[in-house]
Design a binder for this molecule. Structure first.
Ligand code: NAD
Length: 456
C-alpha cells in the first residue's frame, strides 16, 4: 500500500527521529472507503454516545499531554512550554465540541399547511490537510468539530511534522473511537493532499497552509463543487499609537511576532509606529528583543526554538542579506540546528520584507503619520488574518478595528486564538471560519423537510 518513506528530523539537533511511511493514491482510496463505512455507523449513533466518545478521546489526550508535548518538541522544535499548551489545547477543543452532537438542533419554521423543520446533516468524509507550523492544534480545529457533526475524518499532516498527528490517531482508537472514523494518512501534498481534493467521497477539504497551495486546492475542489475551508497566509500589522502604554507595547511586541520563531500565520510581522513616538519605541523594543531566550526547546525557560528545517531557514535568511537595514538582532545558538536570531528591520514601505510573508523571526518596523495613514498601511497587503491595535483611546480602538480588513484583531494585546471564538481570514488569508460555537455547522448541510398536515 505505501510506496515510500520519509525521514523526520529534529530541527534543534538535525538528528533523524524516525522514518515514516508515506501513503500512495491506492492507500488513500482504501482509507476513504473505510471512512465511508465508519461514518454511516457514526452518524446513526445516538448523539449522547457520540458526545461520550469524543469526551473519551479528550481524556486520552489529557492523559498524554507530556508525551505529545515531548514529541512536538522533538519533531517541530517548539519550546516545551508552548508544546504543552498545544497538547492541552487539543484536549480543550475536543472537550468543547463534545457538547455539539447533542446541540445540533436545527429549526422549526412556521409555514402554511404543515410542519417545516431543518436538519443539520453530516457531509460524510472530511479531508483535513495541515501545515507544519502548529501540527496538533490546527489538526484539532478541523477534526474535532467535523467528528462532532457526525463526519469521518482523514487527516494529512505536513511532511516535516507528522509525529503528533500520528499519535493522536492512535489515541483516538485506544479511546474507543470506531475503527476508520479518524485516520491519519502521512504523505506528500502532491499525492495524498491532491487525492483528497479529487476523491468523490471526500465531501469537504479543510486546508491550512500557504495561499499558493490553497488557491490550487480551491480550484481543484471546484470541479466537484466540493466544500472548502481555507486558512492561509498572513502579514499582520501591530499598530502602535502615541496614546498607548508604550512600555507595554514594546515589551510585548516580540511575543506578537517571534512566538514559534515567527512560524505563525498570525505573526504581527509589520510593526507600525506613530512617528512622534517611533524613536522611543525602538529604544524600548531593543532590550525586549535582545532579552528573548532562544535555545534548547526542551528547557522550561526557552521562549524561542529553531526553525523547522534547513530549507525553511535558508528561505528566511534570504530576506536578511548582508546589506539589509537591520536595526538590531537577538541571540541564537551556534552549532547544529536550524537557528535564526530574532531580527528587526527598518526597510522602506515597498520592500519585499514588508510585503511578503517571511514566516520566520524577522519583523519590519515602519513609522506612520496619523490614524488614516496607519489604516492605509495596515490594509496595504493581499492578506487579512490578524493584527493588534495599541491605544488608550476607546473611540480610536473601535474606529481602527472596524477599518482594518482582518479576521482577528486584538486591542492592547496580541491574542488571536481561543477555541470559543471564531478564527479565520479576510481577503487572501482564507475562506470560512474555524473554532467558536458555529464550527460544527460548517461540517453539515442544511436539509429542509416539509410535512403536510391534512385538514381535519
Ligand atoms: P503548504 O501550503 O506548503 O503546505 C500545507 C499542506 O498542504 C501540507 O500538508 C502539504 O503537504 C499540503 N500540500 C502541498 N501541496 C498540495 C497539493 N497540491 N494539494 C493538496 N495539499 C497539498 O504550507 P506550509 O509551508 O506547510 O505552512 C506554512 C503556511 O501555512 C504559511 O503560509 C502560513 O501562513 C499558513 N498557515 C495558515 C494558518 C491559518 O490558520 N490561517 C495557520 C498556520 C499556517
Amino acid at each position: 500500500m505505501s510506496t515510500s518513506t520519509s525521514d523526520v528530523i529534529n530541527p534543534a539537533t538535525e538528528e533523524v527521529l524516525r522514518s515514516v511511511e508515506l501513503l500512495d493514491v491506492d492507500g488513500v482510496d482504501e482509507a476513504v472507503a473505510r471512512a465511508v463505512i465508519a461514518q454511516r455507523a457514526w452518524a446513526r449513533l445516538a448523539p449522547a454516545d457520540r458526545a461520550a466518545a469524543l469526551r473519551s478521546f479528550a481524556a486520552a489526550v489529557d492523559a498524554h499531554v507530556p508525551e505529545l508535548a515531548a514529541l512536538e518538541v522533538a519533531n517541530s522544535g517548539h519550546p516545551v512550554g508552548n508544546a504543552t499548551w498545544e497538547a492541552g489545547h487539543v484536549r480543550d477543543v475536543l472537550q468543547f465540541y463534545s457538547a455539539a452532537p447533542e446541540r445540533l438542533s436545527g429549526k422549526q419554521i412556521p409555514v402554511a399547511g404543515g410542519l417545516d423543520v431543518t436538519f443539520n446533516e453530516p457531509l460524510g468524509v472530511v479531508g483535513v490537510i495541515t501545515p507544519w507550523n502548529f501540527p496538533m492544534t490546527i489538526a484539532a480545529w478541523g477534526f474535532a468539530p467535523a467528528l462532532a457533526a457526525g463526519n469521518a475524518v482523514v487527516l494529512k499532516p505536513a511532511e516535516w511534522t507528522p509525529l503528533t498527528s500520528i499519535r493522536l490517531g492512535e489515541l483516538a482508537l485506544a479511546a474507543g473511537l470506531p475503527d476508520g472514523l479518524f485516520q491519519v494518512l502521512p504523505g506528500k501534498g502532491s499525492v495524498v493532499g491532491e487525492r483528497f481534493v479529487t476523491h468523490p467521497d471526500v465531501r469537504k477539504i479543510v486546508f491550512t497552509g500557504s495561499t499558493e497551495v490553497g488557491t490550487r486546492v480551491m480550484a481543484g475542489a471546484a470541479a466537484q463543487v466540493k466544500r472548502v475551508t481555507l486558512e492561509l497566509g498572513g502579514k499582520s500589522a501591530n499598530i502602535v499609537f502615541d496614546d498607548c502604554d508604550l512600555e507595554k507595547a514594546a515589551a510585548t511586541a516580540p511575543y506578537g511576532v517571534f512566538d514559534n520563531a515567527g512560524q505563525d500565520c498570525c505573526a504581527r510581522s509589520r510593526i507600525l509606529v506613530q512617528r512622534n513616538v517611533y524613536d522611543r519605541f525602538m529604544e524600548l523594543l531593543e532590550p525586549a528583543v535582545k532579552g528573548l531566550v532562544v535555545g534548547d526547546p526542551r528547557a522550561e525557560d526557552t521562549e524561542m526554538g529553531p526553525l523547522v528545517s534547513r530549507a525553511h531557514r535558508d528561505s528566511v535568511a534570504s530576506y536578511v542579506p548582508d546589506d539589509a537595514p537591520v536595526a538590531f538582532r537577538g541571540a541564537a545558538p551556534s552549532g547544529p540546528g536550524w537557528w535564526f536570531p530574532p531580527t528587526v528591520l527598518t526597510p522602506q514601505r515597498q520592500d519585499r520584507t514588508v510585503r511578503e510573508e517571511i514566516f520566520g523571526p524577522v519583523v519590519t518596523v515602519l513609522p506612520f503619520d496619523d490614524e488614516a495613514d496607519a489604516i492605509t498601511l495596515a490594509n496595504d497587503t493581499p492578506y487579512g488574518l490578524s493584527g493588534s491595535i495599541w491605544t488608550d483611546n476607546l473611540s480610536r480602538a473601535l474606529r481602527v478595528t472596524r477599518a482594518v480588513e482582518s479576521g482577528n484583531l486584538s486591542v492592547n494585546s496580541h491574542s488571536s486564538v481561543r477555541y470559543t471564538t471564531p478564527f479565520g481570514g479576510f481577503k487572501q488569508s482564507g475562506l470560512g471560519r474555524e473554532l467558536g460555537p458555529d464550527a460544527p455547522l460548517s461540517f453539515t448541510e442544511t436539509k429542509n423537510v416539509f410535512i403536510a398536515i391534512e385538514e381535519a
